[in-house]
Design a protein around this ligand. Sequence first.
Ligand code: AMP
Ligand code: ZN
Length: 469
Amino acid sequence: MNLYNSLTRSKDEFKTHTPGRVEMYTCGPTVYHYAHIGNLRSYIMEDVLEKYLRFAGYDVNRVMNITDVGHLTSDGDTGDDKMLKGAKREHKTVMEIAKFYTDAFFEDCRKLNIKKPDVIVPATSYIDEFIKVISALIEKGYAYEAGGNIYFDTSKLEKYYVFNDFSEEGLAVGVREGVEADGNKRNKTDFVLWFTKSKFEDQELKWDSPWGVGYPGWHIECSCISMKNNGEYLDLHCGGIDNAFPHHTNEIAQSESYLGHPWCPQWFHVHHLNTEGGKMSKSKGEFLTVSLLEEKGYSPLAYRFFCLQSHYRKGLMFSWENLDNAAAAYSKLAARVAQIEDSGDIDEEKYNKLKDNFRSAMDTDLNTSLAVTAYYDVLKSDLSGSGKLKLIKEFETVLSLGIIGEAEKLKSAKPGGDDIPEEIAELLSQRKQARKDKNFALADEIRDKISEMGYAVEETREGTKVRKK
Ligand code: AMP
Ligand code: ZN
């Protein structure tokens, strides 16, 4: 499999430290608000990647943190703790909102067919681990105490800016733009490992540490949670592209300094879901959630389909029109699958050829839009009905569009739709059976009868439709 690697800036052959086993880490949500559908784009694409690795035969250990402390509004060391902001907004405690939004996140994931990671760790449950690693970094000379806080000393590294996707200049400007310049830092790129003294007097969650009562920085959380649960050699680290700097850059700095060897050779970054106003973001206040899509009548899985129709390394423009198109295509696809009769022998050669097309799409830097077209190739093929269904079910273990379930729903729905009278629905069922028995004379007779009752029957690609004349 070839996968774009942000660290090498090229599509590399996917490799693992231990043959057949993937140690995978994903930056989890900051649970101060609902996840927006942009965040969920990242989690959908990461879910597909994980499932494809399993499909390809790997044993995957996927670890995710839940950020419930330490993530400041700037992504760096300035601003307020996002959790505190959320708690104030809702007049609740930090732990109350953490629980509420963690549950809401996994509920969204369930609706989107995103599998739960194997290991999920809330940052607040790992304080001892953070203290252990920070102490070791101080001992090794990679961290220092200044003004009460503990900082990582980036001047000790041979190379700090590892994701040269961005120019060093550009990144440095980003750092300089921090609103509150921190005079304690020896170098402008140094970052906080542990906040002790602070401008954050009202920080609700604080823990005892060798450096005084305080709380961890965001970046150290992911390094520690991964090193503890994935081991010393991580194979694949995932996140949205905004995490590449400073978050992932800092994770690499800490982890490699602590371990004394390279940590993670492959980095998978999902590009943003954008709206006309730019990147969808929680801090802007106006953002779209899965519940909102549902309220507007969209199936969450139609949103998943929308995401899979485009490549993860391209920004994706959200508009209601684009979602409408995806939702219509999704329903059509389900209707076509619903038409398949589960019968006939399976031609192995044809079956494997179609499966290879799917694999080669996914092997080419996770080309999900091409993988979606593999469903249509199956439908168009002359494979038997049972072959088609079996193959689509295989694809579904990776793309999880819920297309089989959707097709089943259509099949069990009342013929002609819910607003059609019982007797018309009954006649439609009889006509369907007549057509199945190739008794077309009877089918026509029933159609005429339905027509006399004031309803028109139409054959469409999605099956038989009926409407009031
Ligand atoms: P957060 O909850 O802010 O920690 O973000 C959770 C994940 O969503 C991270 O991997 C972010 O990089 C990612 N993310 C944030 N905004 C977007 C967006 N507009 N489109 C795609 N992914 C995003
Ligand atoms: Zn992280």
